[in-house]
Design a protein around this ligand. Structure first.
Ligand code: PMP
Length: 391
């Protein structure tokens, strides 16, 4: 009988490279301190930027939605799966983002796949930053469009690619708003200017900028005052918003097109009632809680400054995503394990997610960390960093 033994060779190679990672099962807690292996551990790897996963209003909204609609939506959006709370969520999100429309997908990943996979054809070209997220790369792979990749934030290369693209029907420049592995911010004003000069569409994935950058966390377009000049914004509902899902924010025309053409939207059951209702509650909380974002940034800046003063290499970080560059996959995972032994969970990120010699432990600072939490993490980092020879 046929079997899947052919898969084991690659797994053995991952183990040999120090890149094999069993899943970590958390046993409880949803804030800064969580339970792992029966022990309280400081969470420094969650994207729960604003601590909303445990917010009482979100929890209440989820429970009420389950009571009213049940636990599942029963269908895809285009058949019987569009509840009034899906519509309300999209209208609230559009008002929040200041765009004509939004369309909610089941995740940020499927949002990128659905949009890129449907809007681009063989006569189009997509021009993408080399460090864009995997879901963008996969979305582009789903299309027959031509592809050009520019070196990270390299505006000269971007301009060159635009110059060479005049003959295409549409030119789409795609960038993350905040880059997920490095925590740096895209030079959006310059990208928008170039795109306008060469008549290109601008597409920004704000997964790590939603709830983080801009007034009340409206994202990188708001942060840079570029309203009306970015054609397609993607947000996630699974990071700062604290629940799960993704969305496109843009024109009503684009929304209408995606409803009819985006395969990840068309062929996957809609968000559950509890998810849609808690996302809706989260957007309301965001709209009235600028202090959460102030705390997030004050924590992030405090932590980064202390790490730099200790002598760590935090790469290009300028947001609450703070990588500590270590090196090889094996050294990176050893450093992450040593931190866990000290009670701090900071996941190692290694090749192929980042370059082979740029393995890093990625810290994510949140608004719910206290100064005591951050000092606890910094103490542990200083001790383990000295032993590892990083500082
Ligand atoms: N885009 C970027 C830049 C991301 O970092 C992520 C999350 N890993 C996603 C998209 C996917 O979002 P989600 O987790 O909601 O699928």
């Amino acid at each position: 009988m046929a079997n899947l033994d052919f898969l084991s060779k690659e797994l053995e190679q991952l183990k040999a490279d120090g890149r094999y990672r069993p899943l970590t099962e958390w046993e409880g807690g949803s804030g800064s301190w969580m339970t792992l292996g029966g022990r309280r551990v400081l969470q420094m790897s969650s994207n729960n930027y604003l601590g909303l996963t445990a917010h009482p209003e979100l929890k209440r909204a989820a429970i009420e939605a389950i009571e009213k609609y049940g636990v599942g939506s029963g269908s895809v959006r285009t058949i019987a799966g569009t509840l009034d709370i899906h519509g309300k969520l999209e209208r609230e999100l559009a008002a929040f983002k200041g765009t004509e429309a939004t369309l909610v997908f089941q995740s940020g990943f499927t949002t990128n796949q659905g949009i890129l996979g449907s809007i681009l054809g063989p006569d189009d070209v997509v021009i993408s930053d080399e460090l864009n997220h995997a879901s963008i790369i996969d979305g582009i792979r789903l299309t027959k469009a031509s592809r050009k990749v520019f070196a990270h934030k390299d505006l000269d290369q971007l301009e060159q690619a635009l110059k060479e693209s005049a003959s295409y029907r549409a030119r789409v420049v795609v960038t993350d708003g905040v880059f997920s592995m490095d925590g740096d911010i895209a030079p959006l004003p310059a990208i928008v200017e170039l795109a306008e000069r060469y008549d290109a569409v601008v597409y920004v994935d704000d997964a790590h900028a939603s709830g983080v950058l801009g007034r009340n966390g409206k994202g990188s377009t708001d942060h840079f005052g570029l309203h009306g000049r970015v054609h397609i914004q993607v947000g996630t509902l699974s990071k700062a918003i604290g629940v799960s899902g993704g969305y496109m924010a843009g024109s009503a025309l684009l929304k209408d097109y995606l409803i009819h053409k985006a395969r990840s939207f068309l062929f996957s059951t809609s968000q559950t009632p509890a998810v849609a209702a808690s996302c809706l509650a989260a957007v309301k909380v965001l709209g009235r809680s600028p202090e959460l974002i102030e705390r997030l940034w004050s924590n992030a800046n405090y932590c980064r400054e202390k790490l730099l003063a200790l002598g760590f290499d935090t790469g290009m970080s300028e947001t609450p995503i703070i990588p500590i560059i270590v090196g090889s996959p094996a050294d990176t995972m050893r450093f992450s394990d040593a931190l866990l032994a000290e009670g701090v969970y900071a996941q190692g990120i290694v090749y192929p997610t980042v370059a082979m010699d740029k393995g890093r432990v990625r810290l994510i600072v949140t608004a719910s960390h206290t100064r005591e939490d951050l000092d606890f993490a910094l103490d542990a980092l200083a001790r383990t960093g000295r032993i590892a020879g990083l500082i």
